[in-house]
Design a protein around this ligand. Structure first.
Ligand SMILES: Cc1cc2nc3c(=O)[nH]c(=O)nc-3n(C[C@H](O)[C@H](O)[C@H](O)COP(=O)(O)OP(=O)(O)OC[C@H]3O[C@@H](n4cnc5c(N)ncnc54)[C@H](O)[C@@H]3O)c2cc1C
Length: 410
């Protein structure tokens, strides 16, 4: 193997949606960016594979939407909620020109990695970050060292003015910086499979809510009858049922969902397993370092907002990193602007996610709420748009919208 340059302005650990999009933005801005990922692309990623309208807008702002649309993602116009009591509700994206996209994560992430490379970032696959150290140079010239292991056990040290943790849940960068707040309290596990079949409406996604957890279904291709099926359950109650045969568990959960298939769907990929998800951080910046995407803190996949948050965190981080590196001042105080922007974005999202989690974990609550949403269309549309990151949380309290939930059944 030939030696490669291991010095850069910025090292990004993780080439998922957050890392690749940030790498592209920084490279376009003229920085020398290295991206390290332990995986080799394309690689599967456990995910519901739905980019919400806020995420689609972020792709457009970053100049990445055309590259994604060339690969025929499914267009999502709505989300339906079904419960084990038979209650139903459907919310549509009603804002003009607004839609979500369904697409294989293996494909999406590969497209974003290629775009980052095309823009000038150096991406190294099969390279796993195992440690992070600050050089003991004087502060103004301090470098961050990332130690890695590669294929065939190759060990390397990479150095840069700044390191970015874009390495997802259980981020090694967040852990080494001491930024992980606590271990997960809500313990869930997810199983994702690729399905092929016809029958259910391809206009949007469906979420079936049961006492076990949820079963999500969404189309992931514009022309092929391909679907993402994702089952999420509480691991304390159901984890033992999964361990002996995850695929059988997935099949049983899918069979209980009232999705209207023309014959049983074929499972052609997976199951890909993930969890737990509730990994909060105490902050997203440290001297010479910053966290984006799931590494900066995550709660739950239920509302499908993670990809949008990852893109937005990359958009917030890019100008702050560029300025800090150019000035040669990469201490915490230079990076706080990013931390504040991130917290402003995350706070309302977490409030809504916690309320939804509280409802979904209680059968009496989710059955009543979904039945009520089923007869309160304006409120349900607005809720789906807020969860779709295209409207702020406060828009749910707009007069005329809240009223339809509380008083007027339609
Ligand atoms: C079951 C489930 C369903 C979901 N459904 C949706 C959905 O429908 N819509 C939505 O918007 N969000 C969804 N999410 C959330 C979404 O998947 C994440 O928020 C998003 O992928 C975060 O992107 P990221 O780039 O931060 O992390 P990731 O996409 O996880 O990427 C992290 C990358 O870092 C690499 N890495 C990790 N450790 C190291 C290391 N030590 N060294 C080098 N590389 C490393 C990994 O290989 C990976 O490529 C779901 C999540 C789950 C678990």
């Amino acid at each position: 193997m030939t030696n490669r340059p291991t010095d850069a302005d910025v090292i990004i650990v993780g080439a998922g949606v957050a890392g690749s999009s940030l790498a592209g933005l920084l490279a376009l801005d003229g920085l020398d960016v290295v991206v390290l990922d332990r995986a080799q692309f394309p690689r599967p990623k456990p995910c519901g594979e739905c980019i919400n309208p806020g995420g689609v807008s972020a792709l457009a702002r970053m100049g990445l939407l055309n590259a994604v649309r060339e690969h025929a993602p499914a267009r999502l116009a709505s989300w339906s909620l079904l419960t084990d009591s038979g209650a139903r509700a459907c919310g549509r994206y009603t804002v003009e020109g607004e839609y979500g996209l369904g697409m294989s994560r293996a494909l999406l992430d590969e497209i974003l990695v290629k775009e980052a490379e095309r823009r000038g970032a150096r991406v190294y696959e099969g390279v796993k970050a195992v440690n992070l150290v600050m050089s003991d140079r004087p502060r103004a010239t301090q470098r961050v060292i990332v130690e890695t292991t590669g294929l065939e056990g190759r060990r390397e040290s990479w150095s840069a003015a700044m390191v970015v943790g874009a390495d997802g849940l259980r981020s090694i960068v967040a852990r080494r910086l001491g930024l992980v707040r606590r271990r997960p309290r809500i313990k869930k596990v997810s199983l994702t499979c690729r399905l092929r079949g016809t029958g259910p409406s391809r206009a949007g996604g469906v979420l079936f809510i049961t006492q076990r957890g949820t079963v999500g279904l969404a189309p992931v291709h514009a022309h092929e009858p391909l679907w993402n099926g994702t089952v999420v359950v509480y691991s304390k109650r159901w984890g033992r049922g999964i361990a002996p045969d995850p695929l059988a568990f997935f099949r049983a959960a899918l069979a209980q969902a009232p999705f209207e298939w023309d014959g049983a769907p074929e499972i052609i990929g997976g199951p890909w397993i993930s969890g737990p998800f509730d990994w909060p951080t105490r902050g997203a910046v440290a001297d010479g370092a910053l966290l984006v995407g799931d590494a900066s803190g995550y709660f739950d996949p239920l509302t499908g907002q993670g990809i949008c948050s990852a893109f937005r965190s990359a958009e917030f981080a890019a100008p702050v990193i560029s300025q800090a590196v150019r000035k040669g001042r990469t201490g915490v105080s230079q990076l706080l602007e990013y931390e504040h922007a991130l917290r402003r974005m995350v706070r309302p999202t977490r409030v809504l996610q916690r309320v939804i989690e509280a409802a979904v974990s209680r059968p009496a609550a989710y059955r009543v709420v979904v039945a009520r949403l089923g007869v309160s269309r304006p409120f349900t549309d607005r809720l789906i748009e807020v969860v779709g990151d295209s409207l702020p949380l406060r828009s749910l309290a707009a007069p005329g919208v809240l009223r339809t939930l509380l008083w007027r059944a339609r």
